[in-house]
Design a binder for this molecule. Sequence first.
Ligand SMILES: [Ca+2]
Ligand SMILES: [Ca+2]
Ligand SMILES: [Ca+2]
Length: 168
Amino acid sequence: MPQDEVCDGVDNDLDGLIDEVGPLSEAGGEQARCGDCRLLQSETHAWWVCDEKLDWEAAEARCETFGATSAIVPSAATQTFLAETVGEGWFWLGARQAPDEGVWGWPDGVPLTYANWGETQPDNTAPEQDCVRLTFGIRSEGWFDGAWDDFFCEDSLRVLCSAPHVLP
Ligand SMILES: [Ca+2]
Ligand SMILES: [Ca+2]
Ligand SMILES: [Ca+2]
């Protein structure tokens, strides 16, 4: 029996989304919340964005509590959606680089086909940058809005997640 959704790591209302406490509304609107995270909804997908800053591994674990992964951005359309909805800051993307400077891949194992690297990125600044951060609203020299940067996985940035659930 479906129950009211509560923020407990379980899909209480059996709609395929975990912990979306509050109303689901039209695409693009700000929506349900759980703790410091809020649900964003594109026309087809659900996303979580959180205020807390965590290292990449902890951010991925936070996404997993929603049955999600760190954000997958496979297209310019997705990048544009996020630019219009998540707000300002530095956020983790799900992409990681294989050991020994190998290919970049998404959490679902798909290689990057679309990317929006900043100027001179990825630069693998020493000692090693194998995760990807995304900036919105940062307008300093050498960066453009929405630029991606390979970065230190141990740094603490805001959590951004892609839920695998496809919205009806
Ligand atoms: Ca649910
Ligand atoms: Ca729940
Ligand atoms: Ca870099």
